[in-house]
Write a new protein. Sequence first.
Lengths: 425, 542
Amino acid sequence: MCWLRSFVSFVVMSFVCVTVVLAPAGAVAPGDVITAANADSVVNQVSPGVLWCIKHGMNLTIGPYKRIVPPKAYVAATEKYAGQVKLGEAGLRLENYVAGMPFPNVDPNDPDLAIKIMWNFQYRPYFTDDYAWRNFAADTGALSKGAGMTVERSYTVRDNGRLFYNGRLYIDPKPELPNPERIRYKELTGPLLSPLDLKGIGLLNYRYIDTNEQDRTWLYTPALRRVRRLSSAQRSDSVFGQDTDTDSYMGYSGNIAWMSWRFLGEKEMLGSFHSQHSPVEFCPGAGDFAFCDVWEPRQTYIMEGISKLPQYAFSKRILYIDKETYSILYMDAYDHAGQLWKMWINQWRTVDRASANPSVTVYPDEQLFNPSFLMADIQLSHATRSWTPTKASSTGEEEFFNVGAEKSGIPESYYEVSHLIEAGR
Amino acid sequence: MTVLRKHLYWSLVVALVGAGTANALPPYGPLQITGNLQSQTLIRHPDIDQYQFIQNRNTLRLRLDYEWLRDGRWLDTFSVPWVRTSHLFLLYRGVYDSAYDIAPGGQLRGILGQPVGRLADIPNGARDGLKFEDKLREAYIDLDLRTLPLSFRLGRQQVVWGETDNFRMLDRANPLDLTWHQTYESWDDLRMPLWMIKGLWRIGNLGPLSDTFVESYWNPGDWAPAKQGFMPNYPWGIPSTSPLNGLVGPAPALYRSLYHGTTLFDQGDYVRDPIENSQVGARVSFIIPQGVQFTLNYFYQRWAGDDGTNYAPVKALTTRAQIKDAAAHQEAPAIFIAPYVHTAGMSVNYSEDDYTQTVYRMETVYDFGVPFSDRAKKAPLISPVRDQIYGVTKRDMWKGMVAFDRPTWIRTLNRTSTFFISGQFFWHYLINRESTFVGNVDPRTPSRDKVREWETVATLIATTFYRGGTVVPFVSCGIDPMNTYNMYIGWTLDYYLTNNLIARVGQNFFLLPGKPPAFESWSIGGFNRGRSESLVRLTYQF
């Protein structure tokens, strides 16, 4: 049985590789609208997961490609420090990294190409000092073909924030906060504001610079009224049983050392990087589980990650990484039988301000706002969508890049276990 | 008080109307009013052909979260520059249990199967007090200072420390209300919130230690022992009638009260003020570089009597002078006691992710001077409670717990979510136990619990999610290897009919292999003998 599974996997992967390398690009033009009726016209320009969404009602409005220029400070740091960066032990450590992109000039013939792309993804632009996604909503529900999403549970969450400790470019101290623990970033999610049975839940995660170091995770559980230590093996498990898992956030938020990476190819794919709607507009009718906005051709790295962790939910992930921004267009995740199981789509919006009249900041460079994302369980026809700002937001400004932890509304002291206790009831 | 209550009712009405208005209050923002309405029905089935309706508890919980101070501005008006944020929290709970009005069924049964009366036997006046509850359970203000790494919580609150799930060890700041159902209620509902001042000092990195903080609380007198009730008034309370029936109470009882006006499980020989009834606790928490999180804890509190210890709540008067003094005041020659106890403790957690993908938890405490009934300390012959209630001897106890939590894929049962499996093992060790110590079930029954040197209990739970998190099964079991392997097995199933409407069904079974039953400390089987029950609960949350 094992040999049969290996053989089938080999055939499937060979097909994927051949498809990736040989498939023609540019089958669509600006102004086209991709629906279930003409989904096959983009079969080679989207992932199998996105194709499934289109066939279930998601619409893509095709726009022209627009170049995205990384922030000036990031470009300067890359120029200053990239030359000194080297891969360390087994490619899973960086030596002499300070800030910026570690490997700006990746060579397709480099045997370390895959891991270098993933290091660039790890230290991608925009997410350098601190990041906050605030007052966001999420719906989860079953999809029935032709009828859209039956919302089963709705959540609202006050904060998702990351405080980066190294590679900092804007806020002093830079390029690194005092860091005796060698932390890469701390991430806080919570408290959940609704529904009531989950109100107050908060999750804190520490990610370390040394990729051999496992994450440390704590969860404040209001039902117990105490902070509970979690195993980082749970990061691929579904959150509250709905479709997302913490490793899938932003397309991939796991430790890059937890996967064996393989470069499958570079290709022009469709991605939504210049969305026009904030708050998000969901597709009408059957596609209401997904955002409806402008998609454009993007040069994309296609990466395969096979988990090294025995408890991991997925056998592999296929990441579609934008070559200019190193941000993920979408991600497909496969089960242990090699079948497509779940998929993630990011909606990106490249602008210099969150809304027409921001109260906190107008950025000197364009930032990559993330008005919504979608994760669907293809096998169960079930989806979770999340978005901010919501229509209830008074300013429309709920996403912050590198403005300083205090200004973003999530002070540095919130990224500690003690804050989970303080914020709990 | 009446005015306050009227205001409360009007607030409730306004809040409910507000909650019922679509989008009247968004789920986020500075002011949030949320809550739930819950109806819970319990059927007791001690045997396959015996059924008894014992509870129909209808509960309203109403919660207000008001972030009235943010960025140093109170109500967006007044500048309070030294405070970063402040938050007002109110939680109201109102209860009506119709079982006291309907009063169905026949005799309730006690621990030895003895009849203990019917719900219909409860006098009408007493029923009103039992069927209604009307409490502002929590009311506190959070203050997070801007210039100092300090925060405070001031008001009526719960303080929960330690690593145990649903057992008491370091979680002892708030005594339990054991007149609520022990098995089917969350401890959030069982703990009695108390007026306290709690402070947390964020230290952060301290040498090689990280995430260091110190937390402490002071309860300036608003403390009461664990609330306990007897049958038939509380069909899920202590499984017997009150041993003080006929002895203490209004005429024709022999005595007006226990000695010095104390009342059983309610009021000891002290005044509830800061001088005589203060309680304090402190802990320091830190993480060592290897990732192990420690807390070191200290408490100086009165003995609440809710951690499973077979302690002595009542002490017989053992001198003739005291007995005569009691008689002169129409008081029984016994006193309810809640002595101060020093407790030192520690908790540890560690996530081992490389090999076992398991979180390990540990907790231990050392109690100094816990009171035990000692048959060697008999009351004099003139005492009417001689050979029923004894004097008290204090002993130290060592208690601990080791536990594991593991998310585990069992793909044959659930392809989409792990099973969260958690096991706990508890022990109590009574240091220098005397063979004359006697347990504390009911002095009138022929069997009394043995006070053992060692008591242990093990628990195991598993839960997972189905259908996008809308179906949540939960199974649990507990076994007491020291007391004839008394066992508890239970399950619940939550089904989210909508985002706001949750149905729960469940059953508990208590299995007692040994005869006669052993009356163990933790209520696994002996204490709850004959209390296997089924539950139906409907919750509407808003």
